[in-house]
Design a protein around this ligand. Sequence first.
Ligand code: ATP
Ligand code: MG
Length: 428
Amino acid sequence: VAVAEILSIGTELLLGQILDTNAQFIGSELAKLGIDSFFRTTVGDNVERIKEAFATALKRADLVIATGGLGPTADDLTHESVAELLGTEMEFDEEVFDRIQKIFARFKYKMPESNRKQAFRPRGARILANPVGTAPGIIWEIDKQTCARIGVEQPRTVLTFPGVPREMQAMWRETAVPFLAKSYSDGVTWSRELKHYGIGESALAEKFAHLLKLSNPTVAPYAGRWECRLRVTAKAPSVEAATALAQPVIDEILRGSGNLCYGFDDDTLESVVGALLTKSGKTLAVAESCTGGLVSERLTDIPGSSNYIKLNVVSYANEAKQQLLGVEEEVLNGHGAVSAECAEQMAKGIKELAKADLGLSITGIAGPTGGTPEKPVGLVYIGLAIPGSYLGKELGLPSRLSRSDIRLRSANEALNMVRLHLIEEGQR
Ligand code: ATP
Ligand code: MG
């Protein structure tokens, strides 16, 4: 199995001004190609240190994949550095220069003299064309003699990409993937995440302890924000073979998890709720207090939500709860706005007002102020009015949670309640 190492070049990465999303992207792409990756380095815009980083990486890996430092400015040093390390010259490439000039001509800009620099590449390296910008990268399959100069054996390949993620990704897909698949990949790594809600990471790991010992596919638990995931990863010569290995394990997890598993990969609670509403042909209306519209935002983030979302209100003040949703004065005076009774009347009220099949409500104390011994921060009531009936839930979230965490948790719980109801309804 080929080994690759990612080199992220740029002082702004070290200073924390930007996040290294290029390494993240390339890392996940390498895994898909079945190429191993053991080290990842970040280095600033400095020739000596870039040379050192390349030298180290070329000792450890067959493939060194660098991003950043290909631009026209004085701090863009990647190609110069790697050429210097390997003892070769920079060669002027007429074809590349031509292309750069044409790009400027197309946009009717005068080409700055500094862009001439981008037409140079190390002797022996091929150009990796940039379909969306001026800076080309290189694919350099380093010959034996040159490898010997730094005391490494063949094969050694250096690939370089510009730092701009959009350009890097376009070049990766168009040029790098076909090259890597042909020359370096001897299989695929396929994985699927099974997303769980309502069970902690350790409980999940215990439940499937026997699966966590498998070697192909592997099963690994990950904790997320109030949810956790099991990732099933299989390695095989083809995607078909990998999925065939993984599927029985996925099926076993699904049988064991039941409704605790809400979806796969990019699924979210709101996207799953949306799919269930679409499938059942039911409509939903939401009345929010302490979540301030978070549930509505998440639900309407899903394309096609206008088919099932009827009306959402943020009824923050007592008057709004009374006038819009018909919450009774006696309830507000007797039990307060944060009460099971108020949640019930809000849910029934919004259902009625919107003429929806389901009415969801949330009222609670998000803190950090406003808590009392009887009603502490983190006390939240969720209501779900359904045809002919009503479901209510009280949450006692830890008071130490931040305001945004309490809102997020409450929104998750509310969405999950709708999800579970729709699943139960569908099974009837
Ligand atoms: P350009 O030709 O645009 O100058 P370049 O190859 O010289 O590209 P850099 O100058 O290193 O690349 O970075 C250009 C921009 O790309 C940075 O300002 C940053 O926004 C983004 N960028 C660079 N490296 C990364 C990275 N590793 N992850 C995410 N974004 C990055
Ligand atoms: Mg630059």
